[in-house]
Unconditional design. Structure first.
Length: 266
């Protein structure tokens, strides 16, 4: 039997997501196979032709259908690279209906930068306040998984990713744009809270650290909305700098078992 979600019920029971989700766009840039994303020169460098302005280059790579407009975007070994040393880069999605599920928009993506850290990227949604994302991963390393959330999503919207200055070149991959509605439901199945799932339930440094390998990790706010998603390794961390201070519920799958834990971001 499902129960009404209350803050008071979280201590003894596991949480399962009962939130409706509608995926508006999913893009893995598989078509951008030319070039690479681990070095700035040589065979592993990004392809040198702007997909939005190919000019007279031989066999130019066309923009993916999900992002038909933009500038200074390059094929980079299964990722897209935005920006150059002298110009910012951007790409804008096709028209999306972001009014579903109450207009709660969740955008997830993987990102890494050039050689310097930290770097920033702006995410824009039609008629909503822009959000700036900070990332520390560099070209030679592994991308970071990021989540940004918007409320008030509307029909006939677009989503734009844009570097904030020329030195902050960004590699992007695995972009998912969706709307999320509903709330959390509380399961009556007990003894599924893993004591070592989250190692620091009091989060003071913007990093949630995990004690176990976990899949399908989700962070819910107290309205039951998904505000972060990731998969983690034991002793790995997820950055939650973009989240406001307060209580959250973290769920995940550990050894094929759903577990949950309450955290407080200080």
């Amino acid at each position: 039997m499902k129960k009404v979600f209350t803050i008071f019920g979280i201590a003894a029971m596991a949480f399962v997501a009962n939130a409706q989700q509608t995926v508006a766009l999913s893009e893995d840039f598989a078509a951008y196979s030319a070039g690479g994303n681990t070095a700035s020169t040589g065979t592993n460098a990004p392809n040198g032709v702007d997909v939005y302005n190919p000019g007279t280059a031989t066999n130019p790579i066309a923009p993916v259908a999900n992002f038909p407009a933009g500038s200074k975007a390059y094929s980079a070994g299964g990722m897209v690279k935005l920006g150059t040393s002298s110009a910012t880069g951007s790409m804008t999605s096709k028209t999306l209906d972001l009014s579903t599920d109450g207009g709660n928009v969740v955008i997830t993506f993987d990102v890494k930068g050039w050689t310097g850290t930290p770097s920033t990227l702006t995410v824009k949604v039609t008629n909503l306040a822009d959000q700036t994302v900070t990332y520390a991963a560099v070209m030679s390393g592994t991308p970071e998984s990021k989540t940004v959330n918007f409320t008030g999503g509307q029909a006939n919207s677009t989503v734009t990713f844009e570097t904030t200055n020329a030195s902050f070149r960004a590699y992007l991959d695995n972009i998912v744009i969706k709307t999320v509605g509903g709330t959390l439901a509380v399961s009556d199945v007990k003894n599924k809270k893993a004591g070592n799932f989250v190692k620091n339930t009091l989060v003071k440094n913007n990093e949630i650290t995990f004690g176990s390998d976990a899949k399908d990790v989700k962070v819910f706010n107290m309205n039951g909305q998904v505000v972060k998603e990731a998969s983690v390794k034991q002793n790995g961390s997820v950055n939650v700098a973009e989240l406001t201070k307060g209580n959250y519920i973290v769920t995940g799958t550990v050894n094929n078992q759903l577990v949950s834990q309450k955290i407080l971001k200080d």
